[in-house]
Design a protein around this ligand. Sequence first.
Ligand code: FAD
Length: 317
Amino acid sequence: MKVTDHIAQAKDTLVSFEILPPLKGKTINTIYNNLDPFMEFKPSFINVTYHRIETMFKKKADGTFEKVEVKKRPGTVAICAAIKNHYNVDTVPHLICGGFTKRDTEDALIDLSFLGIDNVLVLRGDAAKNEANFEPEVGGHSYAVDLQKQVDNLRNGIYLEEDIKNGGKADFCIGTAGYPEKHFEAPNLETDMLHLKEKVDAGADYIMTQMFFNNQKFFDFVKACRNMGIEVPIIPGLKPITNKKQLSILPKVFHVDIPADLSNAILKAKTDEDVEQIGTEWLIQQSKELKAFGVPVLHYYTLGKQHVILDVVRAIR
Ligand code: FAD
């Protein structure tokens, strides 16, 4: 079932979760062990992130280095199918431009369609670790909106091979990313919002946001979207802070602000347990306020912090 159908049929705020594929070498049971406790909340859908190939230099016995391409977290499509099959819960694979030609993308979409997966979150992806800026694959897409147009074409049965006439339609529900605090490469929030509007006009069915720790930024973002005619559902992405290091890592990696009240409280905390407690309570408050605001779904980035997310969702039910 599509994310938008879940939202349309909902009687209350829905809950969803996002997981990462496990590191190569782990089994699917790692995923099930992580997800089992979340099933008590009857999540509407589960997102599975996509991680592109990384280039590494491995030292050889003779002291020289060999360039190797490694995918540390493979399996996004297979994990989505496994979760759907195991729990009968809808899944949302993340699909990125980076590392994909248009043909690779088409094949991935055909796999998803054959597996009965109705949703995709369409993203550009970040620059590869060895690149300063995002470089599209030769024969690939430069921006999420271009990838989205390809998914939209498949919704209309239009394939890359022009000789495929009346092709089967793969009716995906398309999600797109939004940034309440601006995407870090955009010159300003207005320009970033215009690009977001382009993605919605090109067929995105809903927006899922980057994490944020100050709800006012989300409320302002929703208002700005509505003022410019973006009417699709906007789903907040939420993450707990659980250790002191995140006070510098999260702004650096995700380009988000941490409110002074939260960072001061965490800096004053004496133990790791105290930090986790402060982060948990902050997220509970954030979630309650967002629920009262009327968000359609509370979407939690689990990122290994299973027990914290469980405490948060139990507290807001
Ligand atoms: P775009 O919408 O293409 O925007 C990228 C930048 O280009 C922005 O600054 C935008 O303003 C600008 N822009 C957009 N369109 C145009 C245009 N036509 N012309 C000029 N400029 C333009 N990354 C992963 O690798 N794997 C994941 O699984 C993953 N999941 C994510 C989930 C969510 C909810 C979010 C918010 C992000 C996720 N990311 C993921 C990170 C994401 O890939 C990066 O933030 C990436 O840098 C931008 O992706 P985007 O889809 O927002 O790109």
